[in-house]
Design a binder for this molecule. Structure first.
Ligand SMILES: C[S@@+](CC[C@H](N)C(=O)[O-])C[C@H]1O[C@@H](n2cnc3c(N)ncnc32)[C@H](O)[C@@H]1O
Length: 239
């Protein structure tokens, strides 16, 4: 949020809006003369945000939509943002970024955040070692493909520059994620959704995945401390 330059009256598109926490905050900053459109691909997220909103901040609107393929008749915005969004620009992140930037007004700013390459490397290394020891070849291949596909801060910078954006800033903010063993690790809200599920997805046999993950969760000393790299990427479209 500190990278996003917002003033009262601005129009803002918030992608991957989730349960709306950033969107509510932005709507308070733009005030009644501004407008915020918050988009999420999952209907349940949008419904939850709308019910939380009630009659408050009527210049904030929650809608269902895929940020990679927004309707072409959408207007352009002064700002586009998306906290923890860029990792979902798969499979072609550059194309998805290019198509999103079409909805930015000349002179407008885009700020996206994502966990960049380096995030939880100690975990991926331990999973890789454990899969190697147990001879899980196809699972390990899927893991390596997943690791190689993650975007880095350098990659994000190059893409913003390729789109001719100005004042490009890409910054990693390391953060240690504390966890205990067992279910505390397996059900950790920051790990389960985006990261541990990716390990489960490497397995065709989900019972084997469960057993593998349970072993892992009882051996957290082999991959802690767990460090996330929270990356913020920001660029301005020339006027
Ligand atoms: C980690 S949450 C972030 C939520 C919010 N930005 C926040 O900071 O609290 C990611 C959200 O991205 C949404 N999402 C994933 N792929 C998407 C897509 N292609 N288009 C729009 N939203 C998407 C998910 O439904 C989820 O709510």
């Amino acid at each position: 949020m500190s990278h996003l330059d917002i003033s009262p009256g601005a129009t803002v598109l918030d992608v991957a809006a989730g349960s709306g926490v950033p969107a509510f905050h932005i709507a308070e900053q733009v005030g009644p003369n501004g407008k915020v459109l918050a988009v999420d691909i999952h209907t349940h997220q949008v419904l939850r945000s709308r019910s939380r909103q009630g009659r408050h901040l009527p210049w904030l609107q929650f809608e269902v939509g895929d940020m990679r393929q927004l309707p072409p008749d959408l207007p352009q915005f002064d700002r586009i943002t998306g906290n923890l969004s860029f990792m979902f620009f798969r499979p072609n992140r550059f194309e998805a970024l290019r198509s999103l930037v079409r909805f930015l007004k000349p002179g407008g700013q885009i700020v996206l955040t994502f966990p960049s390459l380096g995030t939880f490397d100690s975990l991926w290394n331990q999973v890789n070692r454990a899969m190697t020891e147990r001879g899980f070849e196809s699972e390990r291949k899927a893991l390596i493909e997943y690791i190689e596909e993650r975007p880095s801060a350098d990659q994000a910078r190059r893409w913003l520059e390729e789109l001719n954006m100005e004042k490009v800033e890409v910054v990693d903010y390391p953060l240690e994620i504390a966890t205990g063993p067992g279910r505390e690790f397996l059900e950790h809200p920051l790990l389960r959704g985006g990261f541990l599920d990716d390990i489960y997805e490497c397995f065709k046999d989900q019972r084997l995945a469960e057993e593998f993950m349970t072993n892992l969760s009882n051996n957290i000393e082999s991959f802690t401390p767990l460090i996330a790299q929270r990356c913020a990427m920001s660029g301005w479209l020339p006027i």
